[in-house]
Design a protein around this ligand. Structure first.
Ligand code: BES
Ligand code: MN
Ligand code: ZN
Length: 483
């Protein structure tokens, strides 16, 4: 999508759609008022009214976008309105979308552009037969701004975010025969062009480190497991203590020997969504040259049934030295994180660690699809995550870590077992990871319900990969942890 900021007086191409914002209950004059009355358009949030060949306007199409009351029209509202306008005309055959906002300041203009960038994301590389008239036709968006140069400047960090979220969404959307651990690691390695340092550990290196927990998960796969370490050293003091992010990267989760039912198993290609969010975060930090030292660690494996696969009943020795009895090979994400989180604190001594994982079906049952679960052993960290999540429209809900539940993962034969039963399944999964944090400030985001949405419920997120987590973490870093 070509994004431009233009003056209100700039000429409109004849193949343009013009979008205007309408507040709830605002009076519309003449023909527009009649059109509104004929279609129940009142300016309510999310409503649109599409007018073809409007008279008195130099555009082929006029889209009125309802945004509700003026008081509720915040920056996310601007993004959503712009995205809604784009969605309304994207396949209209017109090639340009012009957006007029009530406030032509640089920041609102930039946010509108972000909304269109996010909404126009598409993953169509494997579609060879889509009819031309079904493909999006809008290739250019012009946002009217009082000062076009200032708007372009204000857009830079938002463009970095959109690029990073596209990277995350691409990783999540790729099929599992294409995106297996070594291919994933290669794609992350390519981010060195942004100024990131990327180190890849293979199975021999992880064996030397004693990562018996992570390695067991990948043991049934013909694909080699990988641990990817991404570094961004943007702080003035290059030796300042870093902040760290760790992601579950199960490139495909069959469940292993405790195999999953066939129905819906294809969804388990996006069981690497936590790691993709971490990769996207590192992408945006580098893209906008954030003044922070940050580490991103991705634990990449494929969980397959096989003659060599790990079994229920196996006892694993993790890098921490703690032993784990396997009850269910489908509770594999926590095993990957156990070693990745331990390695993270052991090597980097970070200020805090945040892990992201499509960890449990239980979090979907607990919170539904609009909220991700947030677990934390530290109030300040939980607070900054939740504040950021609300401003960015990626809502989090704090979940408890009740000490009394910890015994649910005690084992008769080892230090712990890898499942604590169905009750509170997302809580005991979090408490399993907690045993590998070594007391470092830590938060765990269970994003099983939010990494992939179909159907989508947000105008800025097409069906499929959402990129959930990148925005909220980027915001948290920007607000609290930069020089
Ligand atoms: N990757 C799944 C969790 C998941 C489920 C993510 C649905 C997205 C959508 C995870 O590895 C898993 O299988 N968890 C099990 C744990 C159980 C065996 C204790 C679950 O949630 O059922
Ligand atoms: Mn699983
Ligand atoms: Zn999984």
């Amino acid at each position: 999508m070509d994004i431009q900021f233009v003056a209100a007086t700039a000429g409109l191409s004849p193949k343009s759609a013009l979008a205007r914002i309408v507040f709830e209950g605002a009076a519309l004059e003449g023909a527009l008022g009649q059109a509104a009355a004929a279609s129940r358009f009142t300016g309510g949030k999310g409503q649109t009214l599409d007018i073809l060949a409007p008279s008195g306007v130099d555009a082929a199409r006029l889209v009125l976008v309802g945004v509700g009351k003026p008081a509720g029209f915040d920056s996310l509202g601007v993004e959503n309105a712009a995205a809604t306008a784009y969605n309304a005309v994207k396949a209209s055959g017109l090639t340009t979308l012009r957006i007029e906002l009530p406030d032509t300041g640089a920041e609102p203009a930039a946010r509108a552009a972000l909304g269109v960038r996010l909404a126009s994301y598409r993953f169509d590389k494997y579609r060879t037969k889509e009819p031309a008239d079904k493909k999006p036709s809008i290739v250019k968006t012009e946002v009217v701004a009082g000062d076009a140069d200032a708007a372009l400047k204000a857009f830079a960090p938002h463009a970095a975010l959109a690029d990073a979220m596209s990277f995350t969404r691409d990783l999540v959307s790729e099929p599992p025969n294409v995106l297996y651990p070594t291919e994933y690691a290669r794609r992350v390695k390519a981010l060195e062009s942004l100024g990131l340092e990327v180190e890849i550990l293979g199975e021999p290196e992880m064996t030397t480190l004693g990562m018996g927990s992570l390695l067991a998960v990948g043991q049934g796969s013909i694909r080699e497991s990988q641990l990817v370490v991404i570094r961004w050293n943007g702080a003035a003091d290059k030796s300042a203590q870093p902040i760290a992010f760790v992601g579950k990267g199960v490139c495909f989760d069959t469940g292993g020997i405790s195999i999953k039912p066939a129905d819906g198993m294809e969804d388990m290609k996006w069981d690497m969504g936590g790691s993709a969010a971490v990769a996207g975060l590192m992408h945006v930090l580098a893209g906008r040259k954030a003044k922070v030292n940050a580490i991103g660690i991705l634990g990449l494996v494929e969980n397959m049934p096989d003659g060599n696969a790990y079994r229920p009943g196996d006892v694993l020795t993790s890098m921490s030295g703690q032993t784990i009895e396997i009850i269910n090979t489908d509770a594999e994400g926590r095993l990957v994180l156990a070693d990745a989180v331990w390695y993270c604190q052991d090597r980097f001594k970070p200020k805090f660690m945040v892990d992201l994982a499509t960890l449990t079906g239980a979090i979907i049952i607990a919170l539904g699809h609009d909220l991700a679960g947030c677990y934390a052993n530290n109030e300040e960290l939980a607070g900054s995550l939740i504040t950021a999540s609300n401003t960015e429209g990626e809502p989090l809900w704090r979940m408890p870590l009740p000490a009394a539940y910890d015994k649910n993962i005690d084992s008769m034969i080892a230090d712990m077992k890898n499942t604590g039963g169905r009750p509170g399944g997302s809580i005991t999964a979090a408490m399993f990871i907690q045993r590998f944090t070594n007391g470092v400030p830590w938060a765990h985001l269970d994003i099983a319900a939010t990494a992939w949405r179909k159907p989508s419920t947000s105008p800025t997120s097409p069906d499929g990969a959402t990129g959930y987590g990148v925005r909220l973490l980027n915001r948290m870093v920007a607000e609290k942890y930069e020089d």
